[in-house]
Design a protein around this ligand. Structure first.
Ligand code: B12
Ligand code: SF4
Length: 499
């Protein structure tokens, strides 16, 4: 018997836990299993303890992304392993995939599966259950495990063709609980859906590149549409967030999808590369707009060609591409969310930051509805990236234990609130955050459904003199106004905000 756990991942923005439901889809006909989502149950530890003592659960699979989810995964693993030493604990997902040695150095976790695990997770359980014909541990793709005091790593697993993934076992969770709290800018009853894996690019700051190494595989438009129609008919969804790392890789797939959902009254959102969608035809743009595409999240990263090069951004993206994209998005009424990564390890950090802040103002001038999300560069464990190497050379290093990873200092690093990179000084950081506050006051985000009418005007007024004079220091009056109006700034992942 298996339990699959999605530890609490955020204070808001919960979606159906696709990571563990995908694993579940491959266990359906072989093993009994439970799905526990701490975002919904809030007492996951007790629930799993009960499943161990009364339900015969022997294996606990936990999905782990950085920050809050890592903290909860660690606390729960520690508590349950201490209480039930025979419980086998397996971690998967982005964090353990990038840091398997650190995870397995802990006594509370037995196995890690790196990368995709649709096939490997079941193979591991088959092995542990001594199923006839089961693969040996050393043959299970992506598995990292302990043997004779050493940590061994098998070669990584390849993602499977997304068309071979069965429809997710939504009946394992109470879908209504997620839908009733997810009214977003896209529409009511927003669901998260994953229609492709990986990304064809190799940007050096991106965890996706570190895991997929330039591979992208998409589920066909037909199967994607059939799942969305199923979700509409069965659960009455009103909107879809495509959680793909890069939904818009293949123009024909996007066009076919849009054409098929046109008229269903579903709002949708996804992540894209600016240079890719700038190559889409006007027909495709028009179809996307007609079919409910309300917003697209773009990795803008930087206006500097030198930095884009250091990032291995690849493709044909330049500052000019972003300006043209802001214009095009305005024409078709699709809100662009531009995500910038400031604070890269160059020799002139201050100048680079200032140039990007000026450039952001230029984008807003072209299309005031553009959303701007500013991250600071947090190195990812991506050995072969020039950026990772540059970071190491400038004195950056990761924690060696999970205990350190879950400390407040490194939690802030994960949230990209404090990058802990030696070249980014507190004054840089302050400037970026103060600029953000001023920008978000002068241009209140479109997607915060609560900020309308007079509240927008008040915010705008508060931000105007600072915005035009470029004096961002100590914007206390703006902070107070934002607090009083309970204004939420664009921050996490660029996801569409909830009401
Ligand atoms: C949805 C999502 C969220 C949602 C979670 C919503 C929910 N479920 O309630 C929210 C908005 C909360 C969120 C928040 C954050 N997220 Co997030 N998120 C995602 C996203 C878009 C989709 C995850 C998903 O469902 N994938 C679909 C499944 C099918 O794929 P998968 O998770 O990779 O699962 C496969 C394998 O990884 C593996 N696997 C996964 N789990 C397990 C478990 C076991 C036991 C095993 C064996 C295998 C296994 O097998 C699966 C099937 O093959 C990913 C990007 C992406 N496209 O994956 C980012 C992503 C995981 N997030 C990321 C980050 C950084 C964050 C934040 C820290 C960002 C921030 N700055 O705020 C925050 C943390 C918030 C907090 N307060 O702690 C990064 C992680 C990068 C890294 N360095 O590790 C990603 C990759 C985005 C990115 N491109 O950078 N996130
Ligand atoms: S294009 Fe986006 S998802 Fe792809 S590697 Fe670059 S930053 Fe990551």
């Amino acid at each position: 018997m298996i339990a699959l756990l999605n530890p609490r991942s955020a204070k808001w923005g919960f979606r159906v836990p696709n990571s563990i439901l995908t694993l579940g889809a491959f266990l359906e006909n072989s093993y009994e299993y439970y799905v526990v989502d701490e975002n919904i149950t809030l007492n996951a530890e007790d629930e799993i303890a009960k499943l161990v003592t009364q339900g015969g659960v022997k294996y606990l699979g936990i999905t782990v992304m950085p920050a809050l989810q890592l903290r909860r995964a660690f606390d729960i693993s520690k508590a349950l392993k201490t209480r039930f030493p025979k419980l086998t604990i397996i971690w998967g997902g982005y964090f353990p995939s990038l840091h398997p040695n650190t995870v397995l150095a802990s006594n509370y976790i037995d196995y890690v599966i790196k990368g995709h695990a649709e096939v490997s997770f079941k193979e591991l359980i088959d092995n542990l259950e001594n199923k006839p014909g089961a693969k040996a541990l050393g043959q299970i793709a992506g598995l990292s495990y302990k043997s004779d005091g050493k940590i061994l790593h098998n070669p990584k697993s390849e993602p499977i063709d997304p068309d071979l993934i069965p429809r997710l076992p939504y009946h394992r969770v109470d879908v209504e609980k997620y839908l009733k709290i997810s009214k977003t800018y896209l529409g009511p009853r927003t669901v998260g859906y994953h229609s492709s894996v990986g990304c064809p690019f190799l940007c050096g700051f991106c965890a996706v590149a570190g895991i997929y190494k330039g591979k992208w595989l998409g589920r066909s438009a037909e199967l994607t549409v059939s799942d969305i129609i199923f979700l509409k008919e069965k659960y009455n969804i009103g909107a879809v967030e495509f959680h793909d790392n890069n939904f818009f890789v293949a123009e024909k797939r996007v066009y076919d999808f849009a054409k098929a959902v046109n008229g269903l009254g579903i709002g949708w959102w996804g992540e894209a590369r600016p240079d890719t969608v700038m190559k889409f035809s006007d027909d495709t743009w028009q179809m996307m707009a007609d079919a409910g595409c309300k917003m697209i999240f773009y990795g803008a990263e930087s206006s500097s060609e030198e930095i884009l090069k250091l990032m291995h951004k690849g493709g044909t993206q330049t500052a000019e591409t972003l300006i043209e994209l802001a214009e095009k998005s305005k024409k078709y009424g699709i809100v662009p969310e531009f995500s910038f990564v400031l604070g890269s390890p160059t020799d002139h950090v201050t100048r680079d930051i200032d140039n990007d802040l000026k450039f952001i103002k230029k984008i807003k001038q072209v299309n005031p509805d553009s959303e701007i999300i500013i991250y600071t560069y947090s190195p990812v464990n991506f050995e072969d990236s020039e950026m990772s190497l540059a970071a190491k050379m400038q004195g950056f290093g990761y924690p060696k234990t999970l205990e350190e990873w879950v400390s407040p200092r490194w939690q802030n690093f994960d949230l990209r609130k404090n990058p802990l990179t030696p070249w980014l000084k507190p004054h840089h950081f302050k400037k970026i955050r103060n600029f953000e506050k001023t920008l978000n006051a002068f241009y209140p985000t479109k997607s915060d459904l609560k900020i309308k009418g007079w509240k927008r005007s008040v915010l705008k007024l508060m931000g105007s003199w600072r915005y035009f004079s470029s004096v961002y220091t100590a914007p206390y009056e703006i902070m107070l106004t934002q607090k009083l109006l309970r204004y939420r700034q664009p921050e996490i992942e660029g996801f569409a905000f909830e009401d």
